[in-house]
Design a protein around this ligand. Sequence first.
Ligand code: PLP
Ligand code: COI
Length: 356
Amino acid sequence: MQTNSKSFPIQLTEKSQVEGVEWDKLEFGKIFSDHMFIMEYADGSWSNGEIVPFQAIPMHPAMSAIHYGQSIFEGLKAYKSKTGQINIFRPELNAHRFAESAKRMCMPEVPEALFLEAVRALIEVDQNWVPALEGYSLYIRPFMFATDHFVGIKPSETYKFMILTSPVGVYYSEPVRVKIEEHYTRAAVGGVGRAKAAGNYGASLYPAKQCQLNGFHQLLWTDAVEHKYIEESGTMNIIFQIGGKLITPSEDSDTILRGITKRTLIELVKEWGIVVEERRVSVEEIITAIREGKLEDAFGAGTAATIAQIAVIGYRDESLQLPPIESRVLSNRIKTYLDAVKYGEIEDVYGWNMTI
Ligand code: PLP
Ligand code: COI
């Protein structure tokens, strides 16, 4: 059936798959909602944005994204409140970061207003795919890739911008064990670490697999030059609490993804009167604090992972146990507050939600 939203033509699926969803058994990223958004870039501009049934896309064997990796993505979530209202958390920050990633990867920017309108239109169409269970959400994955048919190295002249959505449960089902990495590197100064570029994730898989074989969930990446300073972990930014203060690696260098969850919680805890230090954080400082019993809390922050408390930090041959999760006052308080805003249980005083 052909219909029209305010902004994009919509072709509705003939048979929705939503009835078959086992809502309480959702794993991360395995099933997809009925529709997707797709838009094309050619001759210097974006056009033909539309919402169509979720489907495979044809691919030319010489499509430049699969050869040379001009491919970026975003991740954000829609939540359903008890009254059925749908909240999308801070999508304007994803729109902005997507544009920044595009710039770094020599790709055309999607105008931020267009990005937001596409997200809104797609979630409106698939709103019955937003889980109504607490702890669950609809993960929204905007992505863009180069589509020239050309096996030569140059920026592509054509691209596709797409959005798919996937109802999801928790990403980590338990407090996480992270291992400090002192050999492999996620990002170097001057590289693409700040961009949400597909290749950053591909490059992380082999090193991460090595630590997973040893019982860890993820690596805690360190700087590329000396491996002395902590950067981020897996798909999360990293935050420590020592002496009541919240300490987190500064994003001034271009090696760390500027996380929206971390930015949000920093804004929040400052309002609560907690001192936040964004600076270089050395491995030595953290290990010493753990050994001296001074590390009060440590957690990762990310859209998929939400607030993921860290149970164990692996350092060389040791597994250092962090304070019991029940004693983590700050991360528990942040998680409770953010969840309450996202699920519409308390007033959204900072205006973080885009409501559908
Ligand atoms: N760092 C990396 C490498 C990530 O992939 C993510 C997830 O998006 C984050 C940090 C956290 O960012 P955000 O809070 O915007 O999801
Ligand atoms: C996100 O939190 O959106 C991420 O980027 C994680 C994803 C790679 C699963």
